[in-house]
Ligand binder design. Structure first.
Ligand code: MN
Length: 283
């Protein structure tokens, strides 16, 4: 076992927050002075990324580092999206009751990583300041290239998608979101049916959305490709609350052509705690 004091914290590579949680990402390297041979092996092979969560009692310096780059964006300051992938908060195999490990790994490390890389390429080519929220670009996407639209949407949608899932997810929302869903869709079951239908009926690749319209009312809709309701080019416009990826790459290994079965299982891993917090920050 390695002791904590054998790790060298070599830098905070990214900070972000939502509501009462701050996620700090450290790159760590192992330093072992007693065995040079083993040290060399470990330093080469275990450099990794560790995500930790600290509460609001964290030191003022940490809070300051989180808050310094915040600004109000279209989606709400607490949910600003950067231009790089955040670490998954769970293992690839931990959503197996709905999504298999291989699909999760390929989806995160290939498809979503590709969107993030291509987005940064497009941002560089088109002079976008990547220290600002991605939402700033998406709400004016008609001014940018198709590459920016596809990969900016792809990156944003997947960052939301990963946070919307949890190994302990499923069940129903509570509080204000539960009340709003019942107000807008009569019942949670009716909401589930309408949202599922939005995913099932999206022809080809795209997303189903629960979003807030301009009156902060909950709506259900869908978008093609990697579009989303933030985009000024989208037929449905508003602030995304919950998104479901219905691209075949999200489900084909286990479900093949049976998209409806994937959607039915997906409800069992929805992270309602995150979605509730998100909704309450956006209204
Ligand atoms: Mn996807």
């Amino acid at each position: 076992m390695f002791l904590w004091n054998s790790f060298l914290l070599s830098g905070i590579s990214r900070t972000c927050n939502f509501n009462e949680q701050y996620f700090l990402t450290f790159e760590i390297s192992v330093v072992m002075k007693s065995n040079p041979t083993r040290r060399a092996f470990i330093v080469d092979s275990t450099k990794t990324v560790l995500a930790v969560t600290v509460g609001l009692s964290a030191s003022e310096s940490l809070l300051a580092s989180c808050g310094s780059s915040k600004k109000v964006a279209a989606s709400g300051a607490a949910f600003d999206t950067g231009f790089t992938q955040e670490p998954l908060a769970y293992a690839y195999n931990s959503l197996d009751k709905a999504i298999d490990a291989t699909t999760m790994e390929i989806h995160y490390t290939k498809h979503a990583a590709g969107y993030a890389n291509n987005l940064r390429d497009a941002a560089k080519a088109e002079g976008v300041d990547i220290s600002k929220p991605l939402e700033d670009v998406l709400t004016k996407i008609s001014k940018y290239s198709v590459k920016m639209r596809n990969n900016g949407g792809g990156h944003y949608n997947h960052e939301l998608f990963w946070k919307s899932l949890s190994p302990t997810g499923g069940g129903k929302p509570e509080g204000k979101l539960s009340a709003a869903i019942e107000s807008s869709f009569n019942s949670f079951d009716s909401f589930k049916t309408q949202f599922s239908d939005a995913g099932k009926n999206r022809f080809g690749s795209g997303w189903a959305w629960l979003f807030l319209d301009g009156d902060k009312k909950l709506r259900i809709g869908s978008t093609p490709n990697q579009d989303n309701p933030l985009m000024d080019t989208s037929e449905i416009k508003g602030l995304p609350v919950l998104g479901l990826d219905v691209w075949e790459h999200a489900y084909y290994l286990r479900y093949q052509n049976k998209r409806a079965d994937y959607i039915n299982a997906w409800w069992n891993v929805v992270n309602w705690n995150y979605i509730q917090n998100r909704y309450e920050s956006l209204i």
